[in-house]
Design a protein around this ligand. Structure first.
Ligand code: PEP
Ligand code: MG
Length: 931
């Protein structure tokens, strides 16, 4: 371990902004600001290494650290001409956590440390305010007792209430009929007089003695050791652990601990505290934005008891002269820092400009004003919405602060989902109901319905509905279309509900195991923060719920949403991204409508058209069922002839939308039983239409049932037993291609065989497709280029890719099935246990969402190498859900694939992610000669 303590103060600092790993974000920021000559109260940072050593030693500070801390306190004392533990010139400190990544509010902070009775008296004399000194002291005891001594805050509430009542009596306020909140409003902390405060302090100490059996520690050093330990301990508190899991922050990072001389924002009306952003974190607008509270300490701003005032007067605050705080005016203007303390405001504006220029990114600042003197307490890269991220990145590049490449790298691809879908209003109150998988982003509110027909009926009456199902099947498609959002109890990230909702750009929460759906209602188990069930509530048809498909959250009632809005900056960023990316981006689209959406989002072709999705409209499903249940080839062919015009019509539409771009059409893939009648009524309807007794159909239905349909009679296996299905589809594709080409529109059809595992399967299906194509060319008197290829979805296919490439002109890795088959985990059942796998750290992320690079990724690489060795120039793509996942896209870039294909609404995300992956690959190869 290196040095344990990094000092900052007096214009010098041991550390700097580069040392976030060691000093945490806060410590690194304080060091850098000090170096820049910005007014920062001096202090020191105890490193993250000390935190890790503390845990390694069973929660003991390493030898020598206490001595280093005493020496650092000595430096503080001489810098400030004050003494830690001395009543004459008391030095008080704050002790705060600060990890490498910001974890707002997750860990602990202690202010005003270093007080006891005697020192509080000294502080009163020194500041001339007994009230102030006692207020600081009682706040310190409360926080310290809560955080370090484990005496919960609420144990002190009654004592505080009594102090307020005493103060009320002195002020002549009748407190008898006021509840606690009203009393606090009538007698805020600033009106607690010294006598009430002194009595309160004594009572607080009695409570500590009663609860811990020991008096409150009087020795400032004892207080300091306790506080530093508590900050380190808070790294592993429950809420910090939950936050880390949510944000992929490794536990091994540890937190640093910052000990800093106190400055006081509560020393009167010429003091105050506040927070500021160098640009608007919600819109990205370039204006200085923030709030402050006069005569207050930081925790008052957070507590929300008093409403903070704006920093700038309305119409100003635009550092570039652009924009400003709109509309506030009047009282707010008069209370603004700009009006109240113009000099301090001017200094703050200068400081924020310096910091933004220096860090070259939007900064989030915390400051305190002590008797008209400004101090910065924190500076870090500010969190922002997706919309703000795009605007800030583009504008900073135009201002010359960052390069276009940096702008591309600044925007987290997942965050631009917010721009493409409505999102939950972050400031709206909400009641959490349950959590599931974030299957398809966007917010949606509506009445709960439990069947697709009901969804369609109510939507037809103009109602917004959310379709709630145990899981969806292709038969629910009309209900999914009609619904605003979809919620399922079972199924994972590649379940039917998830895939279809993503394709439609609809909000979907899947695999929400807290709900169970039966008999027209949904029972929801509620859980506490620790994951223990607390209650069950029932949601009925017609009740309102809101989904946040981006986070997988379900809320009770209607939560206001903010509409999607694509900005000019977004388009600009996309143009920059397209200029640097190597990977092509196609889309998975099954209808002309989806194809158009995809093209509008910048898709460069269709990477997967799932033909089975075209069979679910009322007229078509009937013919499909006839085909499946027909006895013998002749019956099947009759039914297929009915389907042919529908298929051809769809393909014509898709080819037209994708004029000039490749369209990969996959022949029928799913097990046939998915199309079968689901209930008696459907069975009877079909029996009538086919003129076959219902009993016979029912028997056939049972015969087709499989134990494990995902590994059963599906994919190209269907064509080996019933070639007429693929023949009809091939005919529909080639006829459509000829028709569109005849209209002078360029077509690039690609026919793709699913689930192949042997060369022979491909040879048979290829011969079949080619024979049909030749027939159609002869009939139409024209030829079009039709490419033939296969999906790689089975480990065997990846291993024998060399043989498959002899028959296939392209491969598309179907990573949904490849994940399922490589891991031996059923896509449909994974939702039940994969959450626990991620929680236990067995997988870093759901492998159906983010590619398992070590396993499935290696199969992709093997398939690539063997395939290209057999057929140089073999075109390689990906059409599993991973094609729209940024970290998987980074893998596909490194693997040198040609394109990814994803649902239409993920196309912009994939374009940006592909650009970032290209830049990352470039920087790992070293700078270009032209840079
Ligand atoms: C896949 O398996 O990755 C794929 C794209 O096909 P499907 O999801 O339709 O099985
Ligand atoms: Mg598949």
């Amino acid at each position: 371990m290196g040095r344990s303590i990094y000092f900052f103060g007096g214009g010098q600092a041991d550390g700097d902004a580069q040392q976030k790993e060691l000093l945490g974000g806060k410590g690194a920021g304080l060091a850098e600001m000090t170096r820049l000559g910005i007014p920062v109260p001096p202090g020191f940072t105890v490193t993250t290494e000390v935190c890790n050593a503390y845990y390694a030693a069973g929660k003991a500070l390493p030898a020598g650290v206490e001595d280093e801390i005493r020496a650092a306190i000595g430096r503080l004392e001489s810098l400030l001409d004050a003494r830690f533990g001395s009543p004459e010139a008391p030095l008080l400190v704050s002790v705060r956590s600060g990890a490498r990544a910001s974890m707002p509010g997750m860990m602990d902070t202690i202010l005003n440390l270093g007080l006891n009775d005697e020192i509080a008296r000294g502080l009163a004399e020194r500041t001339g305010s007994e009230r102030f000194a006692l207020d600081a002291y009682r706040r310190f005891i409360l926080t310290y007792a809560d955080i370090v001594l484990g005496v919960p805050r609420d144990r002190f509430e009654e004592a505080l209430g009594r102090a307020r009542e005493q103060a009320a009596a002195r002020l002549g306020v009748d407190a008898t009929r006021l509840n606690a909140a009203e009393l606090e409003r009538k007698v805020p902390d600033s009106l607690l007089d010294p006598e009430s405060l002194a009595a309160l302090i004594q009572r607080q100490k009695d409570i500590v003695l009663g609860a811990t059996g020991r008096p409150f520690p009087d020795d400032p050093y004892a207080q300091l050791w306790g506080a530093i330990r508590a900050v380190f301990d808070s790294w592993k508190n429950h809420r910090a652990q939950v936050y880390r899991k949510m944000h992929d922050i490794p536990e091994a990072w540890g937190t640093a601990c910052n000990v800093q001389a106190m400055v006081f924002g509560n020393l009167g009306d010429d003091s105050g505290t506040g927070v500021a952003f160098t640009r608007d974190p919600s819109t990205g607008e370039r204006r200085f934005y923030g709030e402050w509270l006069p005569n207050a300490q930081g925790e008052d701003v957070v507590a929300g008891v008093r409403t903070p005032h704006p920093l700038s007067k309305s119409g100003t605050g635009g550092v570039s002269g652009a924009g400003g705080v709109s509309g506030a005016g009047g009282v707010d203007d008069a209370c603004s820092l700009e009006a109240q303390m113009p000099d301090v405001y001017a200094e703050l504006v200068e400081v924020q400009a310096t910091l933004e220029r220096h860090f070259r990114d939007m900064q989030d600042l915390e400051f305190t004003i002590q008797q008209k003197k400004l101090f910065l307490l924190q500076c870090r890269t500010g969190k922002r919405t997706g919309r703000a991220a795009v605007r800030i990145a583009v504008e900073m590049a135009k201002e010359g602060l960052i390069s276009q490449r940096e702008a591309i790298l600044r925007v987290e691809p997942g965050s631009i989902d917010q721009l493409l879908h409505p999102s939950i209003d972050p400031s709206a109150p909400k009641k959490l109901l349950a959590r599931g998988l974030p299957a398809s982003p966007g917010a949606a509110t509506g009445q709960v319905v439990f069947s697709a027909d009901e969804a369609e009926r109510r939507a037809g009456q103009g109602k917004a509905v959310i379709l709630v199902r145990s899981e969806t099947s292709p038969e629910d498609i009309h209900g999914m279309k009609a619904a605003r959002g979809i919620l399922t109890a079972r199924g994972g990230m590649t379940s039917h509900a998830a895939v279809v909702a993503r394709g439609m750009g609809k909000s979907c929460v899947a695999g929400c195991s807290a709900i169970s759906v039966s008999q027209g209602q949904m029972a929801v188990t509620l859980y506490d923060d620790h994951g223990h069930p607390t209650d069950t509530i029932t949601v009925k048809a017609g009740d309102l719920i809101t989904l946040d498909g981006g986070t997988g959250t379900v809320y009770l009632g209607a939560v206001p949403t903010v509409p999607a809005a694509l900005s000019g900056e977004f388009e600009e960023l996309m143009v920059w991204a397209d200029a640097v990316r190597r990977l092509r981006v196609r889309s998975n689209a099954d209808t002309p409508h989806d194809a158009r959406t995809a093209r509008n989002f910048g898709a460069e072709g269709i990477g997967l058209c799932r033909t089975e999705h075209m069979f679910f409209d009322e007229e078509r499903i009937q013919a499909m069922r006839e085909m499946i249940l027909a006895d013998g080839e002749a019956g099947r062919r009759r039914a297929l002839a009915k389907l042919l015009p529908f298929q051809r019509g769809d393909f014509v539409g898709v080819f037209r939308e994708m004029a000039g771009l490749p369209v990969t059409i996959r022949l029928l893939d799913p097990p046939l039983h998915e199309f079968l009648p689901q209930d008696e009524a459907q069975l009877h309807q079909l029996s009538k239409a086919m003129g076959v007794p219902a009993q016979d159909l029912s028997r056939k239905n049972e015969e087709l049932a499989e134990y494990n349909p995902m590994l059963g009679h599906r994919g190209c296996r269907l064509a080996i037993t019933s070639p007429e299905i693929y023949e009809m589809q091939a005919r529909a594709i080639v006829e459509a291609a000829c028709e569109v080409a005849a209209a002078g529109i360029e077509v690039e059809p690609e026919i793709m065989i699913p689930l192949s595992m042997t060369r022979r399967e491909l040879a048979i299906t290829r011969a079949l497709v080619e024979a049909v194509a030749e027939k159609v060319f002869a009939e139409k008197g024209r030829r079009v280029d039709v490419r033939f290829g296969t999906m790689i979805e089975l480990p065997r296919a990846a291993l024998v890719a060399g043989e498959l490439a002899e028959e296939a002109e392209f491969f598309s890795f179907g990573t949904n099935d490849l994940t399922q088959t490589a891991l031996g985990i059923s896509r449909d059942d994974a939702g039940r246990f994969l959450g626990a796998y991620v929680e236990a750290g067995i997988f870093a992320k759901d492998p159906f969402q983010s590619l398992d690079a070590a396993g499935v990724g290696e199969l992709v690489e093997i398939g690539r190498d063997r395939g290209r060795a057999a057929r140089p120039g073999l075109k390689l793509g990906v059409c599993g859900e991973h094609g729209g996942d940024p970290s998987s896209i980074a893998f596909f870039e490194r693997a040198g694939l040609d394109y990814v294909s994803c649902s239409p609404f993920r196309v912009p995300v994939a374009r940006l992610a592909a650009a970032q992956a290209a830049l990352a690959a470039e920087s790992s190869r070293g700078p270009r000669a032209t840079d």
